[in-house]
Write a protein that binds this ligand. Sequence first.
Ligand code: CTP
Length: 462
Amino acid sequence: MGSLTVRNVSEDVKQRLRLRAAANGRSMEEEIRLLLAESSADAPIAATPDARIAKPAGTPAASRILLIISGGIAAYKSLDLIRRLRERGFSLRVVMTKAAQEFVTPMSVGAIAGEAAFTDLFDHASEFDVGHIRLARDNDLVVVAPATADLMAKMASGHADDLASAVLLATNRKILLAPAMNPAMWGHPATQRNLKRLIADGVVTVGPNAGEMAESGEAGRGRMAEPLEIVAAAQALLAPAPGPLAGKRIVITAGPTHEPIDPVRYIANRSSGKQGHAIARAAAAAGADVTLVTGPVTLPDPPGVKTVRVETARDMLRAVEAALPSDIGVFAAAVADWRVAEAGERKLKKDGSGPPKLSLTENPDILATVSKLKSKRPALVVGFAAETEQVIEHAKAKLKRKGCDWIVANDVSVQGGAMGGDDNAVHIISASGVESWPVQSKDDVAKSLVARIAAALTGQSK
Ligand code: CTP
């Protein structure tokens, strides 16, 4: 099967795909394949309540809404709200209070929502089928539109004497209220007290707006927010929070390089690639667009990351250059400093004349090359220093020599244990000084480094 790429979609969609892939522990490519497979499969027959409210393929992870309609003249707008939400691919269930049914009928709501509205706390059919606790939990967001003064009062004091209030008390999901009432009722200290209480409880509101009321001659604040405003508020609550590196491109090198001596032998080192791969995972989880250029390692491709596998230092440099421009470069690879000037095309044989003389030549320095670029230099270039002695002194000298912004220095002596191990003790060396971090797992080093990078890019430190 050919390789899949994402073209002609907005950055926002790419970002959501990346987060989805990272959350599911899959590569971008696997995630896209699954989405395509899901969306081309026939829609399942709605055999059970769960199937009816299954998340539609390709929509954001959180996409099931429970809409509660309470009794106010604005209830007629709920029909348009239902239509707008369904157009956007949300699965819907609707609960109507007794008073709401005086304004719109469960039949018209059911016709637009695609399934019957729930109306009674003790409706045996629906209690068997779904039950108010399931109604309260089997969704990603509860929207109350319109929310009357009475329903807000019940919520504020924790009543549960009908289906709507029982569901609102039982839910552990976010609640979005679209209040709608007469301006005098909205301005009443009792309603304002209840509103404060509800906001303190974590409830989010949209509207009410100011303007003409449905009753003639009445104006002021109390009109329900327009359906599209409610949809936008719901989408904002359901969207995953963008990570601190959202919209940033980062290129990371990791692992050793293998420099061939002949077709079967090579020069290498003990790098496992664990630290660089952990940084790639942490950067992807923080929302970055990550290219990981890794030398030969036994680690799997990190989910949600574009991984380029290379063998030699020269291949690594080419892959890094292809990943530019980038906002950030992190060079964690243990690149071989030298390669055999002329690697044998055939296996070197013992011919009785003693060991062969290998003539070495220097490899390109990837970190120094990128640090010194005139155009396309990332705004932040981070190098690593593998040292066995005088760790900080040598790292400071490397910072200058290579021209990067930070050096993450680690002790790779046998006692240090960083090479191949799961833990790392590092020092962050920059123009502003030296920060020594305690021994921690390579994953934790990666997360702290990514957080520090995000802070530096937003100007909090460098
Ligand atoms: N580096 C690189 N390309 C090279 C050599 C090193 O990009 N050819 C990068 C490493 O990825 C690391 C930093 O330079 O970010 C320092 O690597 P290190 O091996 O500690 O330093 P060297 O430059 O090899 O210096 P020395 O071996 O003398 O300590």
